[in-house]
Write a protein that binds this ligand. Structure first.
Ligand SMILES: [Zn+2]
Ligand SMILES: [Zn+2]
Ligand SMILES: [Zn+2]
Length: 110
């Protein structure tokens, strides 16, 4: 399963299905991937980054809210950081996002 292609985006890390669930976060609502600010790689989660990258992850600066750095693993839509932070579901396909991810936002977005 590694890497997978979702809407033309290549998602690596420890992916376990076609909707970007990974070895660490594989619940029904765990359907997003993040483009990491440090390397530009699309990965399901920070632990995947830790597993495959040779460097520490750096969060997107607050000035980068317009970057399309979030991917809906269900429909392949790329989502702006500011839109994602305001959303509980995908605007395109209505897939719900895991509310628990909010606990980890500071790992991805400063
Ligand atoms: Zn990186
Ligand atoms: Zn992971
Ligand atoms: Zn979607």
């Amino acid at each position: 399963m590694n890497p997978i292609d979702v809407g033309g985006v290549r998602v690596g890390g420890l992916v376990v299905d076609s909707q970007t669930r990974c070895a660490h976060y594989r619940g029904p609502l765990d359907v997003i991937a993040i483009r990491f600010a440090c390397c530009g790689d699309w990965l399901p989660c920070h632990l995947c980054h830790e597993a495959v990258a040779d460097h520490r992850a750096t969060p997107w600066p607050a000035s980068s809210r317009a970057e399309e750095a979030v991917l809906c693993g269900v429909c392949g839509t790329r989502i702006r950081i500011d839109s994602y932070l305001d959303a509980s579901s995908c605007a395109a396909c209505r897939a719900e996002f895991n509310p628990g991810c909010r606990l980890h936002h500071d790992l991805y977005f400063a």
